[in-house]
Ligand binder design. Sequence first.
Ligand SMILES: [Zn+2]
Length: 293
Amino acid sequence: MQKMSVNQCPCCPDDRLKRLEVRESQVVAERFQQLNRKKYGGYMSGWEGELSLQLFQCAGCGHVWHAEHPDQESLFGMYAHGRRMRVTSADRPPTNRMCREMRQFARLVGARHLDQGLLDFGSGGGRWSVAADLAGFQVTAYEPSAARVPSQSRIRQITDLRELEGAQFSAVNLEQVLEHVPDPMGLLQTIKSLMQPGGVLRISVPDICKHLNGTWLEDYPFNGREMHIMSPFEHLHGFTRKSLISLLARSGWRIVSGFDLISASPLLFSRYFLSSAGLPISRTLLFVEPQEC
Ligand SMILES: [Zn+2]
């Protein structure tokens, strides 16, 4: 395992960072080991000695991140060893909300008179891919962790990005993926190279602001039952709406206009408006398109 250090905000140019107060190291190390045994079958044994579990926060955009994390290959190994914390069926169908959101996305892309080819980037258990398929998209599901890919006949499934060489999509879905990746700016630039002109990226991340209160670090990194919002090393990033918008702008993306959204779906627009007004919605959802050079 190789150690990666991050000493600057990954999202904005502000260089003022603060160290967040985590418990004394012995308690944190024991909780980390409990997480390691329960969730990852011991795959991360010893990491607490090699990696700091310190969290940083940007004074400018509020973004929270791990001061140190393992390299990408080790993270893939960690995911491959991860077990579900709750007992759920592996083949659950998408929820009504997922299907509704994908229909709204299909209308937004369809209004641009583009084809309906969608890349579900980091498709995980595949439920969003199925919802996109039901909404009329021709879906390609990319999931690097091969163990997680279910079999869905109509959906093209790939585990290696090289299989997409030369491909261009009118829609990309990035659902709760960006908070897991070591280099979110690099990923957003890769996705930009896969977009058709006028294509739309739908991006959703948990909103760290909904978790920040006086006690949010008391049970970090693990309380014995549920994953922490900054669980090492699943969530490498705690995005705020401000940090996500800043990262997108620096990676060459701009937000789709409110006019386009309201034309495609008044319901979608109203949700979008409530979220931007800071109402308590636990995730940030944005639709963006590549900036013209
Ligand atoms: Zn920042």
